[in-house]
Design a protein around this ligand. Structure first.
Ligand code: HDD
Length: 728
């Protein structure tokens, strides 16, 4: 994890994009208030009236201007990905990639390319909770010297549908139901599963969406994927296929479903706050950009079609090469101006990057600009500061709502003689974009390629590749989601689909629903067929993939060697043993963790040596779901107060239930004795036991700190869930 001081010499990292934004920023510090026309305002407290108690006068232009602006402050939220959070940063390539692509920003390791990233959920409205079970958007805008390149991806490498024409159907199905607009930010309802149960092509993505990937611990701890196969093109015009990956340096981690639901109540801004706080405190989130490269001649070498967005390329077949690093190092100055108004589009490419014929990608190429026209109000959204490229723009596009640029001269057409034919087209050697001249010789048809009809082999591959706890979580997630479905026929169809993926999976969900697993279910008919189509031509194929497992698909193997930025709660009260508290605190903070002291009351506690120790939260404002681990320091009076506090005991019980690391000074054992997991406290605290059980109790604060660090770095102790009898 890069630290602010390592990277920056000044508060605001300067780069081409910050300079480009600077003229559009305003800071009112030390300024007098005026209207939008510049008139200084003498009274912003009272409207103009006929007498002190009289009616307000229509003449009050100051009131009218202020109210009119306020009345129009909101713009339509994004039709999908409405809830999101953004951050600025930089990207640097490790070494030139000239053999693969001529893109300038991927060829100069000395170049820091500014980026703006927006993370999001998909289904919920702008004000919905960050912790919905959902796919996360991962959209990156690179402000390159050759124009903007947008990589508009998700935290899952595949998608629900194969053809963009089905996107409105998918989104109508997942969004709140149209009669009563229920439920908010949730797929656990009839219309979503009705649609999914009729679309076998969604089977693979459903596995991802029901997995722990849909409940990230932090935006900073999730992978990102470009999903589609794109093209790289080098200076000689040689093209290769490419899949893009983002690999977080903090590893990939998730929260538990019960925890996610509780966070949604305790802090619906959990992910937004986490990203903001990490950047503010100089813990800049980092990802490596990875690519999987498939030479053009290998296009048909795979068991699946590279153009099918419901398939990934297993990393065992094509390894991910890490080509560069992105660091997010600055929070936006203004949420609306930047995060809300940023407009991403797959069609924002630079020379050296091009498209494949993936029919989902092709449809997206239309939708993203189109949606900005209503969302941002017209064709000039590219002039909004956050969307402007860092290179100046010259073309013959003119006018429209809210035009900012004052284009000089008479000629706004080409060819022209009046303006010496400027702006001129750029030759390829001058950086002019030329589409890859792919040869296409085909009939015009509405059809889907047979090579897209294997809908199950990668759903199986994903499920088989999960660790046991991850498999249990998928069963639990489906049991929850289908448990919320009212129509029995929808659940039945889904059980049929699940049984084609894995019998144990189907049996687990069927058990929870108390329904039979359909015996020998037929391959579901793909209902995405033309009116005159023969369903037999559109049946899903059952293909056995040659790979049975892919380690990269499981989160179990993610790096577990750091506690950087993890939030640790210390439960303490007056009389706390200052020495042990400070020893453990210093040790955790020296490893980059964030320690917060939680006490019965706000402001401070008095230690056994009468020192005032600041308190970040009381039990009223904190909750265990907002922390990664919990520690109870010693000190007779402190221990007695914590033990007597029902909220403190609940805090510990819940932390244990959510499989988090727990530590206590040996003198605080009576607090643990008041919890339901008292019998689970191990008798030895060897490294091996700590890694397995996640509990540390000792009277040596130095040793406790070392073992606690080891426990926290494991993230979660999912084995605890097996007992399945946990209160809270
Ligand atoms: Fe999309 C937004 C990612 C399929 C149409 N999409 C949007 C955002 C992300 C994605 C991250 C939010 C960008 C932001 O933060 O502003 N979308 C994906 C991925 C897909 C995908 C990874 C499949 C691989 N999307 C998809 C299809 C269509 C759209 C098939 C339509 C044909 N997506 C949109 C949109 C949005 C959008 C309606 C809403 C707001 C916006 O574009 O700017 O155009």
């Amino acid at each position: 994890m890069a630290k602010k001081k390592d990277i920056l010499v000044q508060e605001q990292p300067a780069n081409d994009k910050t300079e480009n934004l600077a003229p559009h920023t305003a800071d009112a510090t030390g300024e007098l208030m005026n209207t939008n026309t510049g008139l200084r305002i003498n009274d912003d407290q009272n409207s103009l009236k006929a007498g002190e108690r009289g009616a307000t006068l229509l003449e009050d232009f100051i009131f009218r201007e202020k109210m009119t602006h306020f009345d129009h402050e909101r713009i339509p939220e994004r039709i999908v990905h409405a809830r999101g959070s953004g951050a600025h940063g930089v990207f640097k390539v490790y070494k030139p990639l000239a053999e693969l692509t001529k893109a300038g920003f991927l060829n100069d390791p000395s170049l820091e390319t500014p980026v703006f990233v927006r993370f999001s959920t998909v289904a919920g409205s702008r004000g919905s909770s960050d912790l919905a079970r959902d796919v996360r958007g991962f959209a990156v805008k690179f402000y390159t010297q050759e124009g903007n390149f947008d990589l508009v991806g998700n935290n899952m490498p595949v998608f629900f549908i194969q053809d963009a024409i089905k996107f409105p159907d998918l989104i109508h199905a997942v969004k709140p139901e149209p009669d009563n607009e229920i439920p908010q930010a949730a797929s656990a309802h009839d219309t979503f599963w009705d649609f999914i149960s009729l679309m076998p092509e969604s089977a693979h993505m459903v596995m991802w969406a029901m997995s722990d990937r849909a409940l990230p611990r932090s935006y900073r701890m999730m992978e990102g994927f470009g999903v589609h196969t794109f093209r790289f093109v080098n200076a000689e015009g040689v093209s290769s296929f490419v899949k893009f990956h983002w690999k977080p340096l903090l590893g990939v981690h998730s929260v538990a479903w019960d925890e996610a639901q509780k966070i949604s109540g305790k802090d619906p801004d959990f992910h937004r706050r986490d990203l903001w706080d990490a950047i503010e405190s100089g813990n800049f989130p980092e990802w490596e950009l990875g690519v999987q490269i498939v030479p053009e001649e290998d296009e048909f070498k795979f068991e699946f079609d590279l153009l099918d967005p419901t398939k990934l390329i297993p990393e065992e077949l094509v390894p991910v090469q890490r080509i560069g690093k992105m660091t997010l190092n600055r929070n936006p100055d203004n949420f609306f101006a930047e995060t809300e108004q940023v407009a991403f589009h797959l069609g924002h490419v630079v020379p050296g990057i091009d498209f494949s014929n993936d029919p989902l990608l092709q449809g997206r190429l239309f939708s993203y600009t189109d949606t900005q026209l209503s969302r941002l109000g017209g064709p000039n959204f590219q002039e909004i500061p956050i969307n402007r490229p860092i290179v100046p723009v010259f073309n013959n596009q003119r006018d429209g709502h809210m035009r900012q640029t004052i284009n000089k001269g008479k000629a706004s057409y080409g060819p022209n003689k009046i303006g010496d034919n400027f702006p001129q087209q750029a030759k390829a050697s001058e950086g002019g974009f030329t589409s890859y001249p792919e040869r296409i010789d085909a009939r015009k048809v509405r059809a889907r390629s047979k090579s897209f009809f294997d809908h199950f082999s990668q759903a199986k591959l994903f499920f088989n590749s999960q660790s046991d706890p991850e498999k249990d979580h998928i069963v639990d997630a489906l049991s929850f989601e289908l448990g919320k479905v009212k129509e029995a026929a929808i659940r039945e169809r889904m059980l049929g689909i699940l049984s084609l993926i894995d019998q144990n999976l189907a049996a687990g969900v069927a058990f929870a629903l108390r329904m039979p697993v359909p015996q020998d279910p037929e391959l579901p008919v793909n209902h995405s067929i033309p009116a005159d189509g023969d369903p037999a031509d559109y049946d899903s194929l059952m293909v056995e993939g040659s790979l049975s497992k892919s380690a990269a698909l499981s989160m179990a193997g993610t790096p577990k060697d750091s506690i950087a930025t993890r939030k640790i709660a210390f439960l303490a009260a007056d009389g706390v043993d200052e020495k042990s508290l400070m020893t453990v605190k210093d040790a955790l903070e020296s490893q980059g963790a964030v320690v917060e002291i939680i006490a019965p009351r706000q402001s401070y506690i008095l230690s056994d040596g009468d020192t005032q120790i600041p308190v970040q939260h009381s039990f009223l404002t904190a909750a265990s779901v907002l922390f990664d681990a919990v520690y109870v320091p010693g000190g007779t009076n402190s221990v007695a107060s914590v033990e007597a506090d029902a909220d403190a005991i609940h805090f510990l019980n819940e932390a244990f239930r959510h499989c988090k690391a727990v530590a206590a000074d040996a003198s605080a054992i009576q607090v643990l004795e008041a919890t339901y997991f008292v019998k689970k406290i191990p008798t030895d605290f060897s490294d091996e036991t700590v890694v397995k059980e996640g509990i540390v109790v000792t009277d040596d604060p130095g040793e406790l700190a070392d073992k606690f660090v080891l426990a926290i770095s494991q993230h979660r102790f999912w084995d605890r869930e097996k007992a399945r009898k946990v209160p809270s």
